[in-house]
Design a protein. Sequence first.
Length: 622
Amino acid sequence: MCGIVGYIGPREATEFLVMGLHRLEYRGYDSAGVATITPDGQIALVKAAGRINQLEQLLANNPPNGRVGIGHTRWATHGNPSDANAHPHYGGNNELALVHNGVIENYRPIKQRLESDGYVFRSATDTEVIAHLIDSCLKRYPPVADMAAADYEPLVNAVQAALAQLQGTYGLAVLFRRWPETLIAARLGSPLIIGVGEEEHFIASDASPFAGFTDKIVYLKDNELAVVTASELRVVHRDQGRVNHSVHVLDFEAADVAKGGFAHFMLKEIFEQPEAVENVMRGRLDHDAATSKFGGFNLTPQQLRGLNRIIMTACGTSWHAGLVGEYQIEALARLPVEVEYASELRYSNPPLENRTLVLAITQSGETADTLAALREMQRKGCPVLGICNVVGSTIAQETDGGFYLRAGPEIGVASTKAFTSQCTLLAMLALYFGRLRHMSFSAGKQMIEELQQLPDQIRAALQCNDRVKEVAEKYARCNNFLYLGRQFNFPTALEGALKLKEISYIHAEGYPAAEMKHGPIALVDENTPSVFLMPRGQVYDKVVSNLQEIKARGGPVIAVVCAGDDEAAEMADDVIEVPTVEEYLQPIVTVIPLQLLAYHIAVARGCDVDKPRNLAKSVTVE
């Protein structure tokens, strides 16, 4: 959840650290801090509870010098947000400083042992345990005083001895007072990336801080430790010793992680959706064969045609995308699909047939629950494919194959373009499986044409922005909302309610529209708006009846309808129009006004849209 940065090279480290923390603040923002090794050989540590702006104010008064440093922005797990609990943490008698992302499950017995050895703890975090533990191991495995010969083995041995005692997950970076020319980075279950520059190296939780500094990156894998100097990078595996590392090319630029003239990242990313959907489809539609094509299946068409079932597993917004995919694949390919919360699947014991494929859906590729679920499915012998947006992420590395979304960086904590990209990719999978099984050539051609029109239809849907803003200002002071849809638009109702909860802190619930009469209709009153998703389709008349049930009880209705729907306009209090598309693509279009509605209500209520309370972007803990 937290953000880690590190630097070693010719620059003043603090400048990069603060910039990097701003780019990583979506990963956690209840406290932040930096540590550098000053020219006189001491560790200077500055940290503060609150947003990074508060840390900057402290640094402005007394910026620490030094050309090696680490930084951290926190999402609290152990210990409340406070100056003391903010990272970095000292180890020993200020001999080292450490930043950490993850959870150490056995920190209590280690802490008790260290306290009996005389270590004094200044925080309530599990992270400080790692710092003191490494210090204690340095005393048992003392590195040589002169590191000029680049013999890092004693230092590596000390850190690995400490890590071997930990149970849980970690991505961490450490600097040492007596070895100011060296940073150590290590990971197990929490992402960490090294940026390779000219006589300088960078460390971060993801690649966004590197944009504008270097386009060469190295993804650390689980149980790997990196020894980082200004001029050299060595990667050591816990079991294999030193390993060769692959250098990848960073596929985005500094402009991709800037707001680009928009007031918030979320609004920018909502308006990036036409291009994101185009990128998902690029090179994946085969007109000659009237199907879609993917390079990441790692299964033969014969094996794929023989599938009896697909299980999709995900969390949050990705789970809603999976529900859309269930409707799409079952309707178009006649292949049974189940969608499971990853947090539940990992601890359940479902019966699994031999011909079951598992799809793990994630934006970040680091979601802890999804990662644990896919590992459990792999242990049971199921092929597992990933649908992911982040190249080199843990899930991308551990699945048996899969597909990148290519949606570009998503900085806003509330996911938007990842959802529509996932739904688009799942529609293309529905086309692929449909053509494998029963779909005709002409039906496949027709579907390709419909998919290719989708980006322009999203652009048309975005034209509702001004209208949505008017509606948002009208209902911004309501404290309860209901979101109602049927069939393909039921998952969209869930997603719309989630967006409103995430960024405006309004209680909202999503339901199949017909389920209202089975209990939730008791919630309807004049202060509870109901948002109906009712584009034209096979259940349109049924949704009209559900709408009338709400109106008969005095509830205000906001209706998302196809352009020119005069019938709905006569019944609803407020109407938002979207283009007419095929039913299996409706969620990708009808979700646009719901994203904008959540955004504009949050702005009207004075909420921090990009950094909602209690949330972070990449959920790397249980």
